[in-house]
Design a protein around this ligand. Structure first.
Ligand code: GLU
Length: 318
């Protein structure tokens, strides 16, 4: 029988996050296969490749397909094809998050055993109803109203009964308990290195409290983006996370999870987002500037790469 910690990372010491600074440079591009890649993805992937080349390190591709409702196999194939067409290379086999549910489950168990997560049955409606004035209620960095704490202090007997009844629930991090755990078990403040700041790299203090009691898993899917990403970055020995600026606030919650699970902390490079001529962020949902579409229009990979904003392209025709 494997211990939960064996499944998460080969060597785990919950109280002492490992320093990765001297490890060989490894970065990754980690798309979710729920749409076609657009120029923003191409920019992100290429930025990772360039960072790896500059550091004499490695670039990995990881498929983040934990959202079983939205991930589609044909989008996974399309990711491989479009990136290869752009001239990118990556080591095989590619890690698919859908093969890692055992590791996510094990990490969740660690958090459950230390009483740092609790089951929550609140529906979106219930959460909104519990908020007195949505206009003044605090919001998390993603703009969602901060979770008002419903079900946090439910007696154990009620929890057990509700779990038996089988209605859907999520596992939420108890932020107050998590911060107290860190205070008690980790001697230093939680920090991480952000490389892409106007004045150069800086050590930032992690401020995860802004997220409140985030959802870390669901009854039927033993993970969320936040939990899976920290576990897989550790599993793949990622030393620098290269991704878009939209995920910069998430690094604060990721740093906290690394501390709670005894995982190493990578450095972060949050690059600028690719925008259209109106300044709007490109999105899969809006079907923006698909790499595939440009290719089908007869553009060459060289031409598509030139469309990327500096420093990777000229950005002229965007
Ligand atoms: N899978 C995420 C996305 O496609 C990116 C995760 C990350 O780079 O941390 O937006």
């Amino acid at each position: 029988m494997k211990e939960p910690s064996d499944v998460i990372a080969p060597s785990i010491n919950r109280a002492a996050p490992r320093v990765t600074r001297f490890a060989p440079f490894v970065t990754r591009f980690a798309p979710s296969p729920n749409g076609w890649l657009h120029l923003g993805h191409a920019y992100s992937a290429l930025m990772g490749v360039q960072q790896a080349e500059a550091a004499g390190g490695r670039f990995l591709l990881r498929i983040e397909d934990i959202d079983i409702g939205r991930a589609r196999p044909h989008f996974i194939d399309a990711i491989y094809q479009d990136l290869a067409w752009l001239g990118l290379e990556w080591p095989e086999p590619v890690l698919l998050q859908s093969t890692r549910f055992e590791a996510y489950e094990a990490a969740l168990k660690i958090l459950r055993d230390t009483d740092l997560v609790y089951p929550c049955w609140a529906t979106r409606r219930e959460i909104l109803d519990a908020i007195p004035d949505p206009a003044t209620w605090p919001r998390d960095p993603d703009g969602a109203p901060l979770y008002p704490g419903l079900y946090r202090d439910l007696p154990d007997s009620d929890r057990k009964r509700r779990m038996w009844e089988g209605t859907n629930y999520t596992w939420r991090l108890d932020m107050k308990k998590a911060l107290a755990w860190v205070e008690k078990n980790i001697s230093e403040p939680l920090t991480f290195q952000e490389h892409n700041l106007p004045g150069g790299p800086q050590t930032l203090n992690a401020e995860p409290a802004a997220y409140g009691d985030v959802v870390l898993a669901r009854k039927d899917v033993p993970t969320s983006y936040h939990l899976a990403v920290v576990l897989d970055d550790a599993y793949q020995n990622i030393t620098q996370v290269t991704r878009g600026q939209d995920l910069a606030p998430a690094a604060h919650i990721h740093r906290l999870l690394q501390a709670l699970l005894g995982l190493p902390t990578p450095d972060y490079f949050h690059h600028a987002l690719v925008r259209d001529t109106q300044g709007r962020r490109l999105s899969k949902q809006a079907g923006d500037n698909g790499v595939r579409e440009l290719r089908q229009q007869g553009r060459s990979a060289q031409e598509v790469l030139a469309l990327l904003p500096p420093p990777l392209g000229t950005g002229e025709s965007l």
